[in-house]
Design a binder for this molecule. Sequence first.
Ligand SMILES: NC(=O)c1ccc[n+]([C@@H]2O[C@H](COP(=O)([O-])OP(=O)(O)OC[C@H]3O[C@@H](n4cnc5c(N)ncnc54)[C@H](OP(=O)(O)O)[C@@H]3O)[C@@H](O)[C@H]2O)c1
Length: 327
Amino acid sequence: MFEPFMGEEKPAETPVAEAKPAEEATAVTATLRVLILGASGMLGTDMADEARRRGWDVKTPPHEELDISKPDHLEKLRVQDWGNLDWVINCAAYTAVDKAETEFWLAQALNGTAPGILAMICKRNKQGFVHISTDFVFDGDAAEPYNEDHETRPQSKYGQSKRFGELNVQKENADAIIVRTSWLFGPNGKSFPRTLINRWREGKSLHVVADQTGTPTYTADLARTIADMVERRVSGGIYHAAGPDVMTWRDLAEKAIFAWRAHFGPAEQAVDVHGIATTDWPTPAKRPPYSALSTAKVQALGIPPMRPMGDALGEFVSRLGPDAPTA
Ligand SMILES: NC(=O)c1ccc[n+]([C@@H]2O[C@H](COP(=O)([O-])OP(=O)(O)OC[C@H]3O[C@@H](n4cnc5c(N)ncnc54)[C@H](OP(=O)(O)O)[C@@H]3O)[C@@H](O)[C@H]2O)c1
């Protein structure tokens, strides 16, 4: 009857990223040719939409046609069978956080090994490479939002596989852009807010973990930030990109349901979300108790922060529509 979270995942000085000169940063003249991996996923769908909205020439090979764990598929990318590309954006991953505890080899293959090979291919082909990583690379002992230089210490197999991927990407391609994000939600997949909204609509009791804190991130806003980074051709390295509001899973549940109720009602149905402790809802994979991400480095590039959570949730629920089918 308790409601689990469904999320996957002492700062030093505020880092200041190396921004390109203004003329260069905005000078996107030719149409960008971009291949998006994992374009059927929660982030990938919004990434592809955002890329098309900007007029980019977008390829979205399905998993079956470009499986990042298959050497012959990667070879086709290497020899440019997918055409001339300016960028590859990797939203593909193994994202089953709890299952990774018993399928570590698979998580490692997709999240650890494959990203390094993709990074190497892009370097050889002189293509930009964006790879997505996670707040779950941290141990959760911090008291304020993590910046990019903070020591990593993943607490789960999933977190280990993602950290392994970061290291492999950096080893193979110093120009690669690694975007760490957190607590994703969007209309194109299973997400915690969606699950909680549906439970509330069904009149079920809501007991949600209240001692884990993070920065929920709306996939459409993250896609916009990633696209801005691509258009500005930011220097290679790790960047944190996440929503601006720090909150617990319980807070997020409440805000999501309020957003739903404001759009679709019924106004008279109470929103009663009870906080529970992580120990009341044991999961195979350990989550960091605190994993908020500082986005100061991205903002120092002139890229605006994402919308406040209330606005992002408002758009999210309106995209779900009044039926909010279970993903
Ligand atoms: N979800 C979160 O809360 C969260 C938080 C922080 C970071 N992240 C990171 O953000 C990124 C996007 O996450 P997401 O939640 O959008 O993931 P998702 O919805 O689970 O989508 C994963 C995508 O990867 C594809 N894929 C899986 N295995 C593949 C393979 N072997 N070859 C090619 N494609 C494959 C899937 O295709 P099929 O569906 O066809 O298999 C799907 O399109 C990931 O790197 C994830 O680690 C996620």
